[in-house]
Design a protein around this ligand. Structure first.
Ligand code: NAG
Ligand code: NAG
Ligand code: NAG
Length: 439
């Protein structure tokens, strides 16, 4: 009898303990993470800034699930890149709890869902491999070689195959890769903040007799409407000589915080990489940045054709040292229209050659389709659109080009002043632009 009871209890205990084990197994060890996993290695590695952010971003579970399904390759920015080299304001933005999605996107943008070892890098410098990342959205990263260096998008690989595990690889990289979606979230957040600081316009009134909105005679221009006058009438006279106007109270059309938007796009150029010279000039020529900010504040829109560092490096000191020369060069690269890569590409596809006004009156810049991209200028003085839509916020658009442009008249009249730009090479960036356009 006793035996029967003990036997029963024993079976009961056994039953529960087995059941408990199964329960536990299901709840705690799914997905099964191997101690030899690349994720464990990441958390133990010298990429402490990245691991900390991965934990802060609550991404471990997502990644654990990912490595049970497929290998992952992590492009791990060195600590300094995340610590010191990142704009403090941008980092603060990433760490705000409300921006968790942006932080997650940024981190997942450094990971691809397969195994990509250093031996898989394209050997041929003309080849670029596009890779989808774990970051939601369409944007891809680009793996290629440049001057014998392995690259991923804008960053050099400094420790290829740093950590090799059965379920993934970690490569050490020099710089943080910022997906456009995150950059845009950052810009929008800032614009929203500045817009909300603008004194709201009076709410529309309804006329009780007609039951329609009352026409406001006092302020016929609705907030945000394009200015009535052409941009040239709003520009400071003699762009190269005019001192920056003193920041005064906003005029009647002061609906936008152009200054912040200009600051944003300069910062975006710096984040983007390869446009430091231009960003420098914009920062140094404060009158130019101020003028752009003022125009945007008044409701004008601008497209900046931004020559990359390689192009700027080809400018001679002579070309830059003439009084007002940098301003003149810059004004020729600003189009008083809001154009994106898509809108320009569509126009040149449809119309062949398209002339855009520039802020350097009366000179225009010519664009045409070439090699599945947009080419500006003529022959020797031409430049390809290589980095589309670096910055687009609805009022300012920045398009990266691989040459410095000069008005055609200037090239003819003063051949000495002609740009030293040689035939546009179809470099890596060109291929990138091209592959985006599907040519
Ligand atoms: C544990 O998971 C397996 C397979 O996913 C399932 O068949 C089983 O019913 C689960 N057990 C418990 C106790 O939830
Ligand atoms: C990861 O890659 C290795 C080597 O190619 C392969 O043996 C393994 O099955 C892969 N793991 C997964 C989860 O796909
Ligand atoms: C901008 O100013 C800094 C410091 O004043 C200087 O080092 C840099 O060369 C300047 N850049 C250009 C493009 O003039």
């Amino acid at each position: 009898m006793d035996f029967e009871i003990y036997g029963f209890l024993f079976t009961l205990i056994l039953f529960f303990s087995i059941n408990g084990a199964t329960l536990q197994q299901n709840s705690t060890t799914s997905p099964q993470i191997n101690s030899n996993s690349v994720l464990v290695a990441l958390l133990d590695s010298h990429y402490t800034e990245l691991s900390e952010l991965v934990e802060k971003a609550l991404l471990l579970q997502t990644l654990e699930e990912a490595v049970t399904k497929h290998n992952i390759t992590i492009f791990a920015p060195k600590n300094e890149a995340l610590e010191r080299d990142l704009d403090p304001e941008f980092k603060r933005f990433l760490l705000e709890p409300g921006n968790l999605k942006s932080l997650q996107s940024l981190l997942l943008f450094h990971m691809i869902p397969n195994r990509f070892q250093s031996k898989n890098w394209p050997k041929n410098e003309q080849k670029t491999r596009r890779r989808s990342t774990l970051c939601p959205g369409e944007e891809q990263i680009y793996v290629f070689q440049k001057s014998g260096e392995k690259m991923v998008s804008i960053s050099k690989i400094i420790h290829p195959d740093d950590i090799i595990k059965p379920d993934g690889i970690i490569h050490g990289i020099e710089r943080v890769l910022i997906p456009k979606s995150v950059q845009q979230d950052f810009n929008t957040r800032r614009s929203l903040r500045s817009i909300s600081a603008v004194i709201p316009q009076g709410a529309p009134e309804v006329d009780p007799r007609t039951n329609r909105l009352k026409k406001k005679s006092a302020n016929p221009v609705p907030a945000g409407a394009p200015p009535v006058l052409p941009i040239y009438s709003a520009m400071a006279p003699g762009p190269s000589l005019a001192p920056a106007p003193a920041p005064g109270p906003g005029g009647p059309h002061h609906h936008f915080d152009g200054e912040t938007q200009v600051k944003d796009f300069i910062q975006t150029l710096l984040h983007y990489g390869g446009y430091n010279e231009l960003a420098d000039i914009l920062v140094n020529l404060t009158s130019l940045a101020t003028e752009m900010g003022r125009l945007v504040s008044e409701g004008y829109v601008l497209t900046v054709l931004a020559p990359n560092d390689e192009a700027m490096a080809k400018l001679t000191t002579d070309q830059l040292s003439e009084p007002g020369a940098p301003e003149q060069i810059m004004y020729y690269h600003i189009i008083p229209e809001y154009q994106t890569e898509e809108s320009m590409y569509n126009s040149v596809r449809r119309f062949g050659k398209v002339k855009y006004d520039t802020l350097r009156l009366p000179h225009k810049v010519v664009a045409e389709e070439a090699d599945g991209s947009v080419k500006f200028g003529f022959d020797e003085g031409s430049a390809y659109l290589v980095d589309p839509d670096i910055y687009t916020d609805g009022r300012i658009s920045v398009q990266g080009i691989d040459g410095v442009l000069f008005p055609v008249e200037e090239i003819k009249v003063a051949p000495k002043a002609a740009p030293v730009v040689t035939k546009p090479r179809r470099g890596k960036l060109m291929e990138v632009a091209c592959s985006m356009l599907g040519c």
